[in-house]
Design a protein around this ligand. Structure first.
Ligand code: FES
Length: 148
């Protein structure tokens, strides 16, 4: 028959070994309160990236229209409402992720299910999307459009 003292010692050692593993298992995969969800990486929109990265020549984005280019973090829809104004938008439709078309006639249309967005701001004008296109900061620098 085992010595009760020895059994107590063995059980105490096992509890000491198992407890840290259990605690580690409980703490992994569960974000702490107030921390962003996995994969969010802050609020950096797609296509952004470091400031000053060239995206396109200004001449390649016609006034009243736009162009989809690839930025350091993904695609960017560049729209040019006027001669000296350029805006960047995430071309991924917020409804179901289809890439929207270039601006035409003052609007941007999604070929997926027909959502319509304002060509100057990306604001939603018609669903089924329930929000507008996400802005991506860009600016004019000389004869180029760069990340801002
Ligand atoms: S994905 Fe754009 S309207 Fe559905």
């Amino acid at each position: 028959m085992p010595d009760p003292t020895r059994r107590t010692v063995v059980c105490g050692l096992l509890a000491g070994l198992v407890a840290p593993v259990s605690l580690a298992a409980c703490s992994s995969g569960t974000p702490a309160a107030g921390s962003p969800p996995a994969g969010s990486a802050g609020n950096t929109p797609a296509g952004g990236g470091s400031s000053g990265t060239a995206l396109a020549k200004l001449a390649d984005v016609p006034v009243g229209s736009g162009a989809i280019v690839t930025g350091p973090s993904g695609k960017v829809l560049l729209v040019r409402p006027s001669e000296n104004e350029v805006k960047g938008l995430d071309p991924v439709c917020p409804h179901a992720g289809v890439t929207v078309a270039k601006p035409e006639g003052g609007t941007i249309t999604c070929p997926g299910h027909g959502s319509v967005f304002d060509a100057k701001t990306g604001a939603m004008k018609k669903g089924p999307a329930t929000s507008g296109l996400t802005p991506i900061p860009v600016k004019i620098s000389g004869d180029s459009i760069v990340t801002a």
